[in-house]
Design a protein around this ligand. Structure first.
Ligand code: HEM
Length: 368
């Protein structure tokens, strides 16, 4: 039995609230003087983004696809964990809730595999395991710069697996499947090596990322669909731009190796999390939100506003990071945060436009 769309709303709302609070904390970490909402926000910026926002949204989307009530326990856990992280209350309980959410996501993928074996589901399961290991390391007291690579593994493999599933790349040759498996193994090997030698591990992860970016760039249907119109082209533009950012992040990792904080760390993390992950979110949102929330949305060319803003100002931010231009880095970082608000606003307006159209189409029938 699936959870009714209206009952999924509070879960999505918890994830979105974590996103907003994480953005606030991120801007504070850039050094902008904002009022203190809670003292925990700047320190919990990364864990809120990955565990409480992305973990909840991905968990929710997968739970809807599985259609079993128990599947929603995962996003409920991560959503509640996020609220505790925001309040800065009971940090170990917050971490435990996010660990539980990642465990539930692993269970979800096992259930998918039992229903129907598919290699893209195996890749997503490995991604969920990477998130679980990262969260366990975090629960055990490791710093974010130790666990963040495991979190990246989660998102990297989730996206790679989802692209294969959504992009109808099911009929790719065995040889290409082997190439992707090799890139995934390389990335996961790099992530595992970070526990022994952080520098060598992240460089290896960088090679794996470049390989996955190349594979996706060459095999994704987006290469063809980018020549179409409207929503189809919009999705393809986002996917291809995201693969470019993934390759950039891989190259930066390969070049610089491990960093623990500071400007290069900022460049590496945000070319991945903002450039790659948010491109995927922007591209998939018009498909995923209606599926998860049971509410349609109308594609509008205005969606390109948040896309252009993201890529222009993320480029300025990364260049500012690498050339130690603090002012341009800080201003563009602030604009990155505002861009995500524009995305949320555009999405709400598109859902509203659909709702209004539905009502106006239903009205003549009602009066007849
Ligand atoms: C959109 C606006 C954003 C701003 C202004 C922002 C700002 C920052 C800053 C200033 C740092 C500290 C970097 C350093 O150590 O010098 C940071 C770290 C981090 N950010 Fe962001 N960020 C944003 C978006 C994101 C997103 C979308 C994600 C993930 C989906 C993310 C994940 C992280 C992570 C995991 C860290 C490492 C945290 C740590 O080491 O404690 N950020 N961010």
């Amino acid at each position: 039995m699936n959870l009714k769309p209206n009952h999924r709303l509070p879960l999505m709302a918890m994830g979105m609230f974590s996103l907003l609070m994480a953005l606030f904390g991120g801007v504070q970490r850039l050094g902008w003087e904002l009022p203190t909402l809670t003292v925990a926000l700047p320190a919990n910026h990364g864990s809120l983004m990955v565990g409480a926002f992305l973990g909840t949204v991905i968990g929710l989307e997968r739970a809807v696809a599985l259609g079993r009530l128990w599947g929603f326990f995962g996003p409920l856990s991560t959503g509640l964990g996020g609220l505790l992280l925001i309040a800065g209350v009971a940090p170990p309980l917050a971490q435990l809730l996010i660990v539980t959410g990642s465990l539930m996501l692993c269970a979800l993928f096992v259930a998918f595999l039992r229903r129907q074996f598919a290699w893209f589901t195996v890749i997503m399961l490995v991604g969920a395991l990477s998130w679980l290991v990262g969260n366990l390391l975090w629960l055990l007291g490791n710093s974010i710069f130790v666990v963040v690579w495991w979190w990246m593994g989660f998102l990297l493999l989730t996206i790679a697996g989802e692209r294969m599933e959504l992009g109808r790349m099911l009929f790719i040759s065995k040889q290409r499947q082997r190439q992707m498996s090799a890139a995934v193994i390389l990335s996961m090997l790099g992530i595992a090596v970070t526990l022994l030698d952080l520098d060598a591990g992240v460089r290896l992860l960088g090679v794996g990322m470049v390989a996955i970016a190349l594979w996706l760039g060459l095999n994704d249907v987006a290469r063809r669909t980018v020549r179409q119109q409207g929503l189809t082209r919009f999705i393809a533009v986002n996917l291809l731009a995201g693969y470019v950012w993934l390759a950039c992040c891989g190259l930066l990792l390969l070049l610089f190796g491990a960093d623990f904080s500071g400007l290069r760390y900022d460049a590496v993390l945000h070319s991945f999390f903002l450039g790659f992950i948010f491109s995927m979110i922007f591209g998939h949102a018009p498909v995923i939100f209606p599926a998860v929330l049971g509410r349609g949305m109308i594609y509008r060319p205005a969606f390109y506003i948040h896309v252009v803003l993201l890529h222009v100002f993320l480029t300025v931010r990364v260049v500012g990071d690498l050339t130690v231009e603090l002012l341009s880095r800080n201003i563009s970082g602030l604009i990155n945060a505002l861009t995500l608000l524009v995305f949320v606003l555009n999405t709400v307006l598109a859902i509203r436009a659909y709702h209004i159209r539905e009502r106006s189409e239903a009205a003549p029938g009602e009066s007849a």
